[in-house]
Design a protein around this ligand. Structure first.
Ligand code: DC
Length: 217
């Protein structure tokens, strides 16, 4: 029987990488909920909507027609924005727009609708606590700020996105603060989540650890 798997944790802890691999191995679908907040931030920039105007942002969400197509690609109004939504600038803006309760409510509704038939691995900040509190498996993935900044820097270089290490480190710390101190659905470990510190673990080790958790259910 298919389940839903929630993977939460701070930025660059490895959630999306691990979720993609697990989804392939388990033949589950993967929903990167951070990409949805990134689309709101990028869409606002694209359409000239003020990122401080909560009502205007909510109104814009449906018009964006956010779509996930194969291999983790993300589309806004039929245009592939997979690369554009990954810049540092959009990361910071996504963290800001994600603090608006009405923006969250609309995206959470979409996420629940997508995952309603199970068989999904969702990664984000509030999956185990708010989006799917009944998820059968809940993982809370953490890593030191240095480990995360190094990973993000390497990822940017590989994807040929311009990056400065010190800026990435600073932004990670700032996003951690913003994401865990906002009033609505702050980043927080669900009581029944299993915490995994991936700082000194390889990708394979993390995948195997989660597979063993799944098998023990
Ligand atoms: O996972 P990410 O770095 O792509 O997420 C971008 C931002 O979106 C992050 O700073 C916080 C926000 N976010 C959120 O508030 N809730 C989620 N479920 C996923 C992301």
């Amino acid at each position: 029987m298919k389940m839903n798997i929630a993977i939460d944790g701070p930025s660059a802890a490895g959630k999306s990488t691990i979720a993609k691999i697990l989804a392939k191995q388990l033949q589950y679908a993967h929903l990167d909920t951070g990409a949805m907040y990134r689309c709101v931030a990028y869409g606002a920039k694209l359409l000239g909507v003020d990122e401080h105007d909560e009502d205007a942002l909510v109104k814009m969400i449906d018009a964006l027609d956010i779509e996930f197509r194969g291999e983790g690609s993300v589309y806004i109004k039929g245009t592939d924005v997979s690369k554009e939504i990954r810049t540092n600038d959009i990361s910071m803006s996504a963290s800001k727009v994600s603090a608006f309760p009405k923006v969250r409510a609309r995206l959470v509704e979409k996420q629940r609708e997508i995952a309603k038939d199970k068989g999904y691995i969702l990664d984000g900040r509030d999956i185990g606590t708010v989006v799917l509190p009944d998820a059968e498996i809940k993982i809370y993935m953490v890593a030191s700020s240095v480990a995360r900044a190094k990973r993000r820097y390497k990822e940017y270089l590989e994807k040929q996105i311009p990056a400065v290490y010190d800026e990435i480190y600073k932004d990670i710390e700032q996003r951690d603060y913003q994401d865990s101190h906002r009033a609505v659905s702050p980043l927080k470990k669900a009581e029944d989540a299993v915490e995994i510190d991936t700082s000194d673990m390889t990708i394979d080790e993390v995948v195997n650890r989660i597979l063993s958790i799944i098998q023990s259910v």
